[in-house]
Ligand binder design. Structure first.
Ligand SMILES: O=C(O)CCC(=O)C(=O)O
Length: 240
């Protein structure tokens, strides 16, 4: 399957350097789904400071989860932070303990930067992932848990080693669900360029998924043999 090359649109207003500003991309996925990618969201040196803080101070854990009915160790480290009183998060049969924002002040600084970049957003929870090398990954999934509602906005900040993030249109459940056209099912089910988008998530970048992205698309960070160094990813979410 080929991967769509994305062109830069709408310059970032938060960035004074025009060559940096051109790195903001807005990708209309169709059907009211959208992705925004800002390559240089947090300055390089500040991003390393936060990387080292998070690597050292976050209480990382590698839990046992259930995938397709089987128990396995999650192939990356994780931690969960949330405002007290929210509905608890459960994914893949695992309910993470919710740590407090106050315990890790830099998380509030990163949250402030994200809120500033996304007017109207109000994130109250954060799932952190640490990939300790190219064998760590996250498989195909959508962040479609009920507690986020039907159209969650998810803001993802990356630090450290660059990794590929792939978005793929959810395959239709049955060929009869597709559209009722007369085209042969085989032809209709063939993926085309617009069905997959790939981003190399840079140190200090921000990627935002909006609208119906979690309903209509799935995403993954696949294994990459050459990605030897550690990557830390923060996904800010709003629990309803
Ligand atoms: O590490 C990433 O960029 C993606 C993380 C992710 O998919 C998730 O937390 O649901």
């Amino acid at each position: 399957m080929s991967v769509l090359k994305l062109k830069a649109v709408a310059p970032s207003t938060d960035n004074d350097n025009p060559s940096d500003a051109a790195k903001k991309q807005i990708i209309d996925l169709g059907n009211a789904s959208e992705v925004i990618y800002i390559q240089r969201f947090i300055p390089f040196d500040q991003s390393w400071k936060w990387f080292h803080y998070l690597d050292k101070h976050i209480p990382w854990t590698r839990p046992t989860i259930r995938v397709f009915g089987k128990s396995c160790v999650q192939p990356r480290d994780t931690c969960y932070v949330a405002t007290p009183g929210l509905t608890e998060l459960t994914y893949s049969g695992y309910q993470p303990r919710a740590y407090s924002w106050d315990e890790y002040p830099p998380l509030k600084d990163i949250l402030d930067a994200v809120h500033k970049a996304l007017p109207g957003s109000s994130f109250n929870s954060l799932l952190l992932n640490r990939y300790k090398g190219g064998n760590d990954y996250v498989g195909w999934h959508a962040d479609d848990e009920k507690l986020y509602g039907p159209t969650p906005e998810i803001a993802s900040v990356s630090f450290g080693c660059e990794r590929e993030f792939i978005l793929k249109k959810r395959p239709p459940k049955k060929s009869s669900d597709v559209d009722g056209s007369d085209e042969p099912a085989k032809k209709r089910l063939k993926n085309n360029d617009a069905d997959q988008h790939s981003f190399t998530l840079k140190h200090g970048s921000l990627l935002v998924m909006r609208g119906y992205t979690q309903r209509d698309w799935i995403h993954s960070v696949p294994k990459r043999a050459k990605a030897e160094a550690t990557r830390i990813n923060l996904t800010f979410r709003h629990v309803l």
